[in-house]
Design a protein around this ligand. Structure first.
Ligand SMILES: [Zn+2]
Length: 108
């Protein structure tokens, strides 16, 4: 435990880079484990399985892109409107590119 109690700064908007990386790392490991499980199931040729695999690979690519945004300092900003993506959304989807409003617009 390395809690630095002397610096409690409420920062709801910007996630520190190391924390963003940690979350992305975790998200990536989860997906890699899922991919491995799919491969080991020996049903990778199955249509449903390969669709699932493609979906996971797509997320892995998004995670990679998110890592790149951490590096260039744009992580956490919505690619649609440029506003910060709310922290609670990043907690669920650390690799997301859009805020809720822009995501909805993109999906519509
Ligand atoms: Zn937005």
């Amino acid at each position: 435990m390395s809690l630095d109690a002397s610096r409690i700064e409420p920062r709801p908007e910007r996630l520190p880079a190391h924390e963003a990386r940690q979350r992305l790392e975790h998200a990536r490991n989860t997906r890699i484990t899922q991919l491995r499980a799919l491969d080991e199931s020996g049903q990778a040729d199955d249509q449903l399985m390969s669709a699932q695999k493609a979906a996971i690979e797509r997320v892995l690519k998004e995670i990679d892109e998110a890592f790149a945004r951490v590096e260039d300092g744009t992580y956490g900003a919505c690619l649609g409107c440029g506003k910060p993506v709310p922290g609670e959304r990043l907690e669920i989807l650390p690799y997301t590119r859009y805020c809720v409003a822009c995501q909805r617009r993109a999906a519509a």
